[in-house]
Design a protein around this ligand. Structure first.
Ligand SMILES: *[C@@H]1O[C@H](CO)[C@@H](O)[C@H](O)[C@H]1NC(C)=O
Ligand SMILES: *[C@@H]1O[C@H](CO)[C@@H](O)[C@H](O)[C@H]1NC(C)=O
Ligand SMILES: *[C@@H]1O[C@H](CO)[C@@H](O)[C@H](O)[C@H]1NC(C)=O
Ligand SMILES: *[C@@H]1O[C@H](CO)[C@@H](O)[C@H](O)[C@H]1NC(C)=O
Length: 695
């Protein structure tokens, strides 16, 4: 066991020793690239790129060195050289060309280590002048030459460009230093051909110039017409298109063309024949094409009309239903050398159906009705030539129907309003006349459905509305039609508005209900009423009713309801009419007056008793209070001192109310004065006098 262990240990040590012996440690210190003989050289120079490396190592066996040369930063190496621990390798580029210009660098790889050199830009100056070779120097129009452009000394991909004068005519790339192409000449001249090439964005010098003489091709097409270039419709015309017989065997095409129409694609062995019409007039072209060369000949053909296009006329213009009318079809011009006027046959058609069966004189008579309304055309025919007229639409006019008279808006007395007249049926224009009591007032010509006959009118009584009628007419040959009398509701504007206070304005007692009745003396309902109190801008109330009055209730009035009131009325938005103003005062309730009066009487009686007692003591003369009375001053003062120094007279009561002294007389409407005639109580009067103060 021990021996085996010692043996293994020895083997392991031996292995370790050998390993360190064989594996040398190394480091690539530097890699440099050198270009010989220079970085910029003339073409044809032998270039040498040298890669030089410095490697430090521990000695012993070194692994293999790999040198890579790169161009223009491409990933793939341009050249790879594997050496045994050599510190310098050369890469030769013999006979350098523009293709070899570029940026170079080299790299040393030893096992896992590598190092790249610096980059070096190499430029090879000059390009080979290209050479142009052409197989023929004399050709005809449409023929071709084979041209070859060469620059075989150059390496790499070359882009060749061929020029005819200054125009580039072909471009092609090649890796093999030359390009061959076919150049075709389409016009007669001396062509000057040259070429050049491009490499690495460099343009070579231009090649030698080769002249090619292009001769005109003397193929000459000719066009001829038989019988002539001036013919008449219906004639048969033959058109010939030919070329010189010497070309008969070559491959060419011969076409007959008129404007945009290719009449015949191959005229080589035939001609073109046609029974001509007026529309065949025009320029005809014979076109010969050989290779890609085209020669033409052209001639004008004039085709005269055998007879002119027929013209359809319908007479008279504006026929009414029930009236006769005539349709005629006629050609005006004829080629008298071929045809006489009566050889032309006419047919008239309505909606595609012939209406002149068996008659060819070009005339059709009928009575206008809805059945004769339609599209009319006609044709004229002679010598196999058929010509159509224009289409004409015929529509018989319709007589006007009884007109309808109506108003457009509200009719208000004494205000202008509009009257419309219209007929349900009838062709336009329609003449409408407004009449009043059989007298024509105004006329309007209506041209279409939306062109309303609109008249203006004014009436001053409700009944006058029926005086209006209108008449309509659209034909001179039939009598005008009259409408019914105009009928429409008439609005009488509100007038004579009055305000009534119930009970009367001087009978308004505190705590009772008062009615303000607004009444419109004139005016058509519905009527809108509004009540106002003087001093208030806004209405107290408004109300619209179907009768001519309306009431506004002031419930349980108090003294603050005293004031001046008026009302307004209007109908259908037409201006307001206002009543007169009515003023009333709310009086104190009777029981209150009673209490006050009783208290006053008691006080009075008391004072009289006191006075009498005093007097009887002082003077001893007592005069009757009621025996003498001073003249009435018309004053309503409570107590009046008389001129007699020792006699005092007091008037307390008036025997009866005087109408002129009713306090509510100011501003009160006279219309309602009779409502105030009730006799006034003495106490009542006293009270009102007190309230109004002395006059
Ligand atoms: C073109 O020719 C001229 C004169 O012969 C020469 O100087 C020039 O370098 C040439 N150019 C090229 C791109 O070879
Ligand atoms: C044919 O007529 C047209 C118009 O009159 C004219 O422009 C054209 O030159 C004519 N063509 C020939 C070949 O005479
Ligand atoms: C008549 O001609 C008009 C316009 O060309 C067309 O619209 C209409 O349909 C035609 N009527 C008939 C009955 O052919
Ligand atoms: C309108 O009021 C008046 C009094 O002003 C009266 O005579 C007439 O009958 C009333 N008419 C209608 C339709 O209420």
């Amino acid at each position: 066991m021990r021996a085996t262990r010692t043996c293994l240990l020895l083997l392991f040590l031996l292995f370790l020793f050998t390993c360190t012996e064989a594996q040398s440690e190394f480091i690539i210190k530097s890699v440099k690239l050198f270009v010989h003989p220079a970085k910029e050289v003339e073409r044809g120079t032998n270039l040498t790129l040298t890669c030089n490396a410095q490697v430090s190592h521990t000695g012993g066996r070194l692994p293999q060195y790999t040198y890579n040369f790169y161009k223009n930063f491409e990933r793939k190496a341009l050249h790879i050289q594997k050496m045994d621990a050599v510190e310098q390798v050369n890469f030769s580029i013999p006979n350098a060309r523009a293709f070899d210009s570029g940026i170079y660098r080299c790299e040393l790889v030893i096992e896992q280590q590598n190092l790249k050199s610096q980059t070096e830009s190499v430029k090879v100056k000059g390009l080979q002048v290209p050479e142009l070779i052409v197989d023929k120097q004399r050709v005809s129009e449409g023929e071709s030459v084979s041209a070859t452009c060469r620059a075989e000394e150059e390496k790499g991909s070359l882009q060749f460009s061929f020029k005819d004068g200054t125009n580039e005519v072909h471009r092609e790339s090649s890796e093999i230093g030359h390009v061959q192409t076919i150049l075709t000449f389409h016009s007669a001249r001396i062509a000057r051909l040259s070429c050049l090439y491009l490499i690495n964005q460099l343009e070579s010098n231009i090649s030698n110039v080769v002249t090619v003489e292009v001769q005109e091709l003397d193929i000459r097409p000719t066009i001829t017409f038989q019988p002539s270039t001036e013919v008449i419709e219906g004639d048969t015309v033959q058109i010939f298109c030919r070329v010189d017989s010497k070309f008969q065997n070559s491959t060419f095409s011969l076409k007959l063309i008129k404007g945009k129409d290719l009449l015949k694609p191959d005229m080589k062995n035939s001609n073109y024949s046609k029974v001509v019409q007026a529309t065949d007039t025009g320029e005809y072209e014979c076109r010969a094409t050989i290779n890609s060369v085209t020669k033409t000949d052209a001639q004008n053909l004039t085709v005269k009309e055998l007879f002119s296009k027929p013209i359809l006329t319908i007479t008279p213009v504006g026929v009414f239903e029930g009236q006769p009318f005539t349709v005629t079809c006629k050609s005006s011009d004829f080629a008298s050398e071929r045809i006489s006027r009566d050889q032309v046959k006419y047919s008239i058609l309505m909606n595609g159906q012939s209406v002149t069966l068996g008659a060819f004189n070009g005339e059709y008579n009928a009575t206008a009705s809805t059945q004769t309304n339609g599209n009319y055309t006609c044709n004229a025919q002679a010598n196999n030539i058929l010509k159509w007229s224009q289409l004409q639409i015929f529509k018989a006019k319709m007589l006007v129907s009884k007109p309808i008279i109506e108003v457009v808006d509200k009719v208000v007395l004494d205000r202008p309003f509009k009257i419309h007249c219209r007929s349900e049926y009838g062709s336009f224009p329609i003449n409408y006349t407004l009449i009043r009591n059989q007298k024509p007032l105004n006329q309007i010509l209506s041209w279409h459905e939306n062109d309303h006959a609109s008249f203006s009118a004014v009436i001053s009584t409700k009944e006058e509305i029926q005086d209006y009628k209108c008449i309509a007419q659209n034909s001179q040959n039939s009598p005008p039609l009259m409408s019914d009398a105009l009928s429409a509701p008439v609005i009488v504007p509100v007038k004579k508005v009055s305000l009534v206070v119930l009970p009367g304005p001087d009978q308004v007692i505190e705590g009772t209900d008062v009615y303000l009745i607004c009444n419109a003396g004139i005016g058509t309902p519905p009527i809108s009423f509004k009540w106002y109190r003087l001093g208030n801008n806004s209405a107290l109330m408004s109300n619209t009713v179907q009768v001519n009055n309306s009431a506004h209730k002031l419930p349980k009035v108090s003294s603050k309801d005293s004031g001046t009131y008026y009302c307004e009325a209007y109908n259908n938005g037409i201006e307001h009419s206002q009543s007169d103003k009515v003023t009333f005062t709310v009086r104190m309730a009777h029981w209150k007056i009673g209490i006050i009066a009783t208290v006053c009487l008691l006080l009075l009686a008391l004072s009289v008793v006191v006075l009498l007692k005093y007097r009887s003591k002082r003077v001893g003369v007592v005069r009757s209070v009621w025996s003498q009375r001073p003249p009435d001053t018309g004053d309503s003062g409570d107590v009046v001192d008389m001129e007699e120094p020792n006699v005092e007279y007091t008037e307390v009561l008036h025997p009866q109310a005087d109408p002129t002294r009713i306090p509510l007389k100011k501003g009160t409407d006279t219309v309602y004065s009779e409502l105030q005639t009730a006799p006034q109580g003495e106490v009542h009067d006293y009270w009102t006098d007190r309230n109004n103060g002395p006059k």
